[in-house]
Design a protein around this ligand. Structure first.
Ligand code: S3P
Length: 425
């Protein structure tokens, strides 16, 4: 795909459903009793991988586009799949499903694409093994394919080195099947969609500071889930609206759960003209319309507790910082190295290729803004968030920007280019 400078972005956009909540609604619905009715389910490749894994384990799931019906079979209703479970490109599918599979009365092999087979799985293998799980990396490298033989599990109190909702959720899901209470303590609170949705499905889950606590469950109960728009997808329009001069964009129905909305804080700290115009209280997951207008931005420091609340937005925030006055420093973000690509390295080299003044550091980067960007050929590394970031950067750079592997936006936002194009004046 090729992109060049535009004279402003204007209009409204309705971003697709939240990826994290979509995955969880199908997973929890599958192990709940009764039917779960999901509206605004994200029809991206990652969430379709989750549907396909549970179908393979005998769950009847009707996907009618905007509405998904999951006919759950209860905590012990899954059956051994024929062949391997393919999680595609989805880390959330791989890690969360492992927590459920660890406790089943069958064995299974989990795998995914080339990117998944490089992503660290020890972070879930270690705590699940402490709970009594039998989980091995077939290649012995701590990555998928994983072999999981279901076992009886014990409750533990696990202290995680990383603030990761995927790790926390895998443990909480295994904890539903354990013999006693399970606790997970994180260095900072990561996204809490599992805690909210599990509670909504009838589980006994609570949060005390940075610790999530789950009790063993007899049953979960299916429910209606209305998935708010994904703030991680909205992020591309928030930043585009701020970066492209003469822009005004209204982004409707965006999930603003505080464990996800760090981008709003950071944009405000950079001087953004951003208004939360209307808020809705979904079933525990608040949403809002966000109005963004282009304006002068200045640099900021992004570090510590806010990092997990904007981890997936850091690539596009880094691109936006190139248009801010002064220096933006991103710290405590080593997790970016183990996402769908090494996002720290890819962001630094790709922004440099466009002429930006960026220096990579051990745990982040330093961006000195206001250096004019020029078009370049950017390899997305088949990472959806990198492709969307450079589509946006290309709208503010001189000359042409070409994004290779641009179709990977299919993972989280299949209609992204069409929605972006519609806003061009
Ligand atoms: C996710 C958690 C985050 C995030 C990912 C989705 C989730 O990963 O980057 O896109 O749905 O739980 P980590 O848990 O590895 O931080």
């Amino acid at each position: 795909m090729k992109f060049s400078k535009v004279n402003g972005l204007r209009g409204e956009v309705l971003v697709p459903g939240d990826k994290s909540i979509s995955h969880r609604s199908v997973m929890f619905g599958s192990i709940a009793k009764g039917t779960t009715e999901i509206y605004n389910y994200l029809q991206g490749a990652d969430c379709l991988s989750t549907i396909s894994c549970f179908r393979k384990m005998g769950i009847h799931i009707e996907n009618e586009g905007d509405k998904v019906l999951v006919h759950g079979k209860g905590m012990h209703g899954l059956r051994r799949p024929e062949g391997v479970l393919d999680c595609g490109n989805s880390g959330t599918t791989t890690r969360l499903i492992s927590g459920i599979l660890a406790a089943q009365d069958f064995d299974v092999t989990l795998t995914g694409d080339a990117s998944i087979q490089k992503r660290p799985m020890k972070r879930i293998m270690e705590p699940l093994s402490l709970m009594g799980a039998d989980i091995t990396s077939i290649g012995g490298n701590g990555c998928a394919p994983l072999r999981i033989v279901g076992k009886e599990l014990h409750g533990i109190h696990y202290t995680s080195r990383v603030a990761s909702a995927q790790v926390k959720s895998a443990i909480l899901l295994a904890g539903l099947y354990a013999d006693k209470e399970t606790q997970v303590t994180e260095p900072y609170v990561s996204r809490n969609h599992s805690e909210i949705l599990l509670k909504y499905f009838g589980a006994d889950v609570k949060t005390v500071d940075t610790t999530a606590v789950v009790q063993p469950a007899q049953e979960l109960y299916g429910n209606v889930v209305r998935v708010p728009g994904d703030i991680s997808s909205a992020a591309f329009f928030i930043c585009a609206g701020l970066m492209v001069p003469d822009s005004e964009i209204l982004i409707r129905n965006v999930g603003i759960n505080p464990t996800r909305s760090g981008i709003l804080e950071v944009c405000k700290a950079m001087g953004a003209d951003l208004t939360v115009v209307h808020t809705y209280d979904g079933d525990g997951e608040p949403a809002a319309d966000i109005l963004v207008r282009s304006c002068a931005l200045h640099g900021t420091v992004i570090e510590g507790a806010v990092i997990p609340a904007l981890i997936d937005e850091l690539p596009v925030i880094a691109a936006m910082a190139c248009f801010a006055e002064g220096e933006t420093v991103i710290k405590d973000a080593t997790e970016l190295k183990v996402k769908e690509s090494n996002r720290l390295e890819v962001m630094v080299t790709s922004l440099q290729a466009m002429g930006a003044d960026v220096t990579g550091t051990e745990d982040g980067m330093i961006i000195r803004g206001k250096k004019k960007l020029h078009g370049a050929v950017i390899d997305s590394h088949l990472d959806h968030r990198i492709a969307m970031t450079f589509a946006v950067a290309g709208l503010c750079a001189d000359g042409e920007t070409q994004v290779l592997g641009a179709e990977c936006v299919n993972i989280s936002y299949p209609a992204f280019y069409r929605d972006l194009e519609r806003l061009v004046k």
